[in-house]
Design a protein around this ligand. Structure first.
Ligand code: FDA
Length: 309
């Protein structure tokens, strides 16, 4: 119930205005978001790299309905990739891109525009020696996103994709994408979906996650296990051992500001850990989805909104 409310709040422009302009939101934003500028993002990832943590950087913004915004996002990613190269950080940083931020939602031609824009970002990533992963958005975008991913992989086979265990279709998508070299991030799914397309019960979602994780770990692909769930992380470790996976052939992924001690602990155990680092002005929808996932994040957020200190 609370998840649905918060996910729908993430789409409310009115609420966005109230929350975004409140100086009191700042403390919470700082925990989950690297900052506003390219320089902020580069600074944050450099700090994480020093701890042995890899990163994937997301320029906040999604579902753009304006061609100019889509082009500005592409330009921002190019600037970011070049800044990472200048700072000597591309060995540990890649970027995550939401296709709806680069044009996918722009009507009939949206997919074509997103493909062309994604190509430009991937070309610069190639130039500077790193990779791109396409985030996955709500279920209506999946076929289009997978088509774009398949097209881009013809040029850059290491381009990553994301699959969401909560959806009924995902086991089949995982099987289709579990091939040599395929980088797939597996997450539970951040969007509120209906029972016609998704598992609703937590235990069902977790069971699906384990099934999909097993398929990926048993394949020749490169699994990126994105979860903060201690049980799933433990099962992931056990499955990696039982399938004979070397630690450098897969990675755990978590979000900036969520379970940082666990991130360090896994690095100390020799696992590869990558943190998703968002930056930019448009943090509202991202933050609302984080609140939907964890009531204590919501409590922290409300406290910062009402606190005078
Ligand atoms: P869940 O939210 O169910 O939490 C399970 C358990 O983890 C909790 O019970 C608690 O023990 C622990 N936990 C979670 N949050 C915690 C916190 N703040 N502090 C302490 N413990 C905590 N989604 C999507 O739809 N498309 C995408 O492209 C991506 N991309 C993505 C990248 C990366 C790197 C990550 C980590 C996640 C995503 N997601 C995503 C989001 C994802 O789908 C999901 O919504 C969140 O990761 C939350 O799910 P968990 O697996 O962490 O479990």
């Amino acid at each position: 119930m609370i998840k649905e409310l918060l996910v729908s709040a993430s789409k409310s422009k009115k609420l966005e205005k109230v929350v975004s302009t409140s100086p009191l939101s700042k403390g919470v934003v700082n925990r989950f978001v690297a900052g506003y500028s390219t320089a902020d993002a580069v600074k944050k990832v450099t700090e994480l790299h020093k701890l042995g943590i890899y990163t994937t950087i997301d320029r906040l913004g999604e579902s753009t309905l304006d061609r100019k915004d889509a082009d500005a996002t592409v330009a921002a990613y190019k600037e970011l990739l070049r800044a990472l190269a200048d700072a000597g950080q591309t060995h540990m940083a890649e970027v995550s891109v939401k296709l709806s931020a680069v044009g996918q939602a722009l009507g009939e031609d949206g997919e074509k525009i997103a493909l062309e824009n994604a190509k430009q970002i991937v070309e610069v990533a190639n130039e500077v020696g790193t990779t791109v992963t396409f985030d996955m958005e709500d279920h209506t975008t999946i076929d289009s996103t997978l088509r774009i991913l398949a097209e881009i992989r013809k040029l850059a086979p290491t381009t990553g994709g994301v699959l969401q265990a909560q959806l009924h279709r995902t086991s089949s998508d995982v099987a289709n994408n579990a091939y040599a070299g395929s980088r797939i991030r597996l997450c539970k799914g951040a969007y509120a979906e209906g029972p016609d397309v998704a598992y609703i019960e937590r235990t069902e979602i977790d069971k699906a996650y384990v099934r999909d994780m097993r398929t990926l770990l048993e394949s020749d692909g490169y699994p990126m296990l994105a979860t903060h769930d201690p049980r799933l992380i433990e099962i992931g470790q056990a499955l990696a051992t039982s399938t004979g996976r070397a630690k450098e052939t897969f990675e755990f992924q978590m979000l900036l500001g969520v379970r940082p001690e666990e991130q360090k602990r896994l690095v100390e155990l020799g696992y590869k850990v990558r943190v998703y680092v968002p930056y930019g002005d448009e943090w509202y929808a991202y933050l609302m989805r984080r609140m939907a996932e964890k009531p204590s994040n919501l409590a922290l957020f409300v406290k910062s909104l009402v606190s005078k200190s």
